[in-house]
Structure formats: structure tokens, C-alpha cells
Design a protein around this ligand. Structure first.
Ligand code: XBP
Ligand code: MG
Length: 242
């Protein structure tokens, strides 16, 4: 019996990496007078590192013009990350990040059917707050019963902790929930937590392998709406995973 749907945020709810985080990182570099810029090809590689601050540190470790000491790199990464998240929130507030096809519909279906909704993301809580306020309004916390963010976990995806915590907060067993992801690392995290997981390809993970996904498609509305009834049927095993 399907009791909960657990959503990844970046790439799954919206194309936040392409339309939000990447341009915001570049705005932060400019704001701090750094000549560094990431293009889409570089960012696609960097996305293998989960977490914006961790991503910055990983990049700096390979730059000759980065601060020499670990302490100085850490301070710079924190300052850039703070600035990046401000730029991200501004982009969201300007209405530059829309929900991906089918997201609003499926959330509304869950609410109408009494299926719990939760979030398991490794992004910062402030980014979720900004995006969800823009998509569901100021009362969005009433829509999502559990919201696990980057600050809540010791290990980011592909570690399963974000999903394990979301299940604990919901009081639901892994066998009673379905996860939605856009990245191989996110899928790995959900599967390691014992969840069935469907994947909607996002801009930066389009060509990747999603072994273990219950299904893989371009979005929740293409070629036809992915409904709650279909997710329920998948969980019950009446439709074999593809
Ligand atoms: C999300 C991330 C995040 C975002 C930026 O992964 O990797 O790091 O890129 O967020 P997932 P912060 O979609 O698998 O949860 O800068 O707030 O870390
Ligand atoms: Mg994602």
C-alpha cells in the first residue's frame, strides 16, 4: 500500500541546477571578484560531488589560483556558498525557476488521496524554503510532512541517510513509499534505503545509466501522466519494473 511519496528537489521538482544553482555560483564568483566561471560541461562533471560547498572545495583542490591552505579554502567556500544561495533565492523570487512537468499535478493528486509527501534532498534548507514558497505558497510546510535537507544529514547522497530520515519522520516503512529522483546518486541513495524509485531525467543527467530504477522517463507528464494509481501498482508489484 502506497502511503508516501518522497521527492528529491534539485533536478526532480525543477531544473534548479541549470536555472538556479549554476548561474548563482557564477554570480557568487563575480561578486567576490574571482575570475572563476563554470560552464555547463564543467558543472556536469562537478555535479558528481553532492553539496554546493563540497563542490566548491572539490573545484578549488584542482585550481592553482585557489587559496593555499585548507583553512583559507574552507573560509572562501563558505563565503561563496552563502553568496550563491542568496543569488539562488533571488532567481527563485524572480520566478525564473518553474516546476517540471507533472510535479504540481502529482503533488495535488497525493494531497487529494491522503498520500503523505516528503522531501529527501542534499540541498540547503534555505533553498527548499525559497523554491517551495514560490511553488506552493507560504503554507508549503503543511503540504510536505517531512523535509530532510543537507543540514540534517552527516553523509550526503548517494548515502541513504536523507531517505532513511524522511521515512523515520513520516513513520512509514520503505515498502510503503516511493521515491522520485533525477540523478544516479539520488537513485542509489533511495535504493540503499530500501525504496522503489522512479527517475525523471534532468538536464545534467540525461545520458546517464539508472540501473535499479522502477522506471526512467523524461518527465512526469511525458509521454503520458504518471499517476498515483500507477505508482501504487508498481509498489504492489503488479507492474514489473522496467
Ligand atoms: C543536490 C545537490 C546540491 C545542489 C546545491 O543533490 O547536489 O548540492 O547542487 O545545493 P540532490 P547546496 O538533488 O541529489 O539532492 O548548494 O545548498 O548544497
Ligand atoms: Mg536531484
Amino acid at each position: 500500500m502506497l502511503r508516501a511519496l518522497i521527492w528529491d528537489v534539485d533536478g526532480t521538482i525543477a531544473e534548479t541546477e541549470r536555472d538556479g544553482h549554476l548561474p548563482a555560483f557564477n554570480e557568487a564568483f563575480a561578486a567576490l571578484d574571482l575570475p572563476w566561471r563554470w560552464d555547463e560541461a564543467a558543472y556536469a562533471e562537478l555535479l558528481h560531488v553532492a553539496g554546493g560547498r563540497e563542490r566548491l572545495l572539490h573545484d578549488m583542490a584542482q585550481r592553482k589560483d585557489a587559496p593555499a591552505t585548507a583553512a583559507a579554502r574552507d573560509a572562501l567556500a563558505r563565503a561563496l556558498h552563502r553568496r550563491k544561495n542568496i543569488a539562488y533565492a533571488q532567481r527563485v523570487a524572480q520566478g525564473r525557476i518553474a516546476a517540471r512537468p507533472g510535479v504540481m499535478r502529482l503533488v495535488a493528486e497525493c494531497r487529494a488521496a491522503g498520500v503523505a509527501l516528503a522531501v529527501a534532498t542534499t540541498t540547503s534548507r534555505g533553498n527548499v524554503q525559497a523554491l517551495f514558497s514560490s511553488l506552493w505558497g507560504p503554507h508549503w510546510p503543511a503540504v510536505f510532512g517531512a523535509v530532510v535537507c543537507g543540514e540534517d544529514v552527516a553523509r550526503k547522497k548517494p548515502h541513504p541517510q536523507a531517505y532513511t530520515l524522511a521515512l523515520q519522520h513520516l513513520g512509514v516503512a520503505a515498502s510503503e513509499a516511493f521515491a522520485l529522483e533525477d540523478s544516479p546518486a539520488g537513485l542509489q541513495a533511495a535504493r540503499a534505503a530500501g525504496l522503489a524509485c522512479g527517475a525523471t531525467r534532468s538536464a545534467f543527467f540525461a545520458g546517464q545509466h539508472f540501473a535499479g530504477a522502477a522506471w526512467l522517463r523524461d518527465d512526469l507528464d511525458t509521454p503520458a501522466p504518471m499517476t498515483l494509481a500507477q505508482l501504487q501498482a508498481q509498489l504492489d508489484g503488479s507492474i514489473a519494473p522496467s
